[in-house]
Design a protein around this ligand. Structure first.
Ligand code: NAP
Length: 299
């Protein structure tokens, strides 16, 4: 991240913070460009609860100190982002099945007896975002482009939500092979440079998910690129891009031009945050308010 990168803000009318306000935070490095404070504070507001959310820059190697600080300062919940997701998975008292499978935690819950539980909400956030658009993954064949952390969360969630078949296409075939081990009975690796194999996987899939970073604004050379040859997209495909900055990626633009349903990555981002709030508070915030706030912040 460069120092000129934008930090996102939201102004909330009617916000009252006092000495008993519950605090939640995201830890990571970098976090100054994070959309999480915008999304979460709007979510808390929609619930009408006395919670506030901040971003804390925590350097690599300081995950244990951050958990200790969380306890001492009485923070009620943590979001975890790079580079701490793996370290936190080893440091909390227990982990959810998804966090265990991925060995990655993006959410820390403090239970009533003070123990720390690690969760991973990214994959379920994707499934919830698809569901909001009327798309069920159950029984579907799905092509995932990419095999990094986001792709791994998606593979794990798709398996739990009874997807029938997963193709994982990645630049590094080795990374794809490691990722498919998360769902060995339904997932197979495809090299993204093997055009015939990629075309066959696309033809046999109903849903295509981009979990590569191709299309991100932060990489200008790839921001205008599509992670898949566009002639592989049919009008009856459903295409979801995990990239959310920009919200309208080149892949989504081209998908629409093919007459197919295009779903942006902001929905997943907001749904995984809503699931975090549900873990911390037991309440589900207004996802639509959170989405609109994120969209406005990015504009
Ligand atoms: P990551 O672990 O660094 O993985 C990056 C993936 O992109 C790898 O599969 C990598 O392939 C591939 N890749 C990178 N540059 C490429 C290129 N030029 N051509 C082809 N493939 C390329 O990152 P991540 O955490 O998985 O995140 C991936 C994307 O998902 C990011 O844009 C991130 O912002 C987005 N994301 C969105 C959400 C959401 O809620 N919407 C959540 C998480 C992540 P190799 O293995 O070959 O290097």
């Amino acid at each position: 991240m460069t120092s000129t990168q934008k930090s996102f803000e939201v102004s909330l009318s009617g916000l009252h913070i006092n000495s008993s306000t519950s605090i939640a935070a995201v830890i990571g490095d970098p976090v100054k460009h994070s959309l999480s404070p915008v999304i979460h504070n709007v979510g808390f507001k929609s619930l009408g609860i006395d919670w506030f959310y901040v971003a804390c820059e925590v350097q690599e190697g300081e995950a244990q100190s951050a958990l200790d600080a969380m306890k001492v300062l009485g923070f009620r919940g943590l979001s975890v982002t790079m580079p701490h997701k793996t370290a936190i998975a080893s440091l909390v008292d227990s982990v959810s099945p998804a966090a265990q499978a991925l060995h990655s935690v993006n959410t820390v819950e403090v239970t009533t007896n003070g123990s720390l539980v690690g969760h991973s909400t990214d994959g379920d956030g994707l499934v919830a975002s698809l569901k909001e658009q009327g798309v069920s993954v159950e029984g579907k064949s799905i092509l995932i482009l990419g095999a990094g952390g986001a792709a791994r969360s998606v593979i794990d969630a798709l398996q739990r939500h009874k997807c029938q078949q997963i193709f994982v296409a990645n630049r590094s075939l080795e990374h794809a092979q490691t990722a498919v081990a998360l769902a060995p009975s339904i997932a197979e690796a495809v090299s993204i440079v093997d055009t015939a194999a990629l075309a066959e996987a696309a033809a046999n899939s109903e849903i295509i998910i981009n979990a590569t970073s191709v299309g991100m604004t932060r990489s200008p050379t790839v921001a205008s690129a599509s992670p898949i040859p566009i002639d592989l997209i049919r009008s009856n495909h459903i295409v979801m891009d995990l990239v959310y900055h920009p919200v309208e990626t080149e892949l989504l633009r081209l998908t629409r031009s093919r007459g197919a349903l295009a779903i942006d990555g902001l929905g997943m981002l907001v749904h995984q945050a809503a699931l975090q709030q549900q873990i911390w508070t037991g309440l589900m915030p207004n996802v639509s308010d959170m989405y609109q706030a994120a969209l406005q912040a990015l504009a």
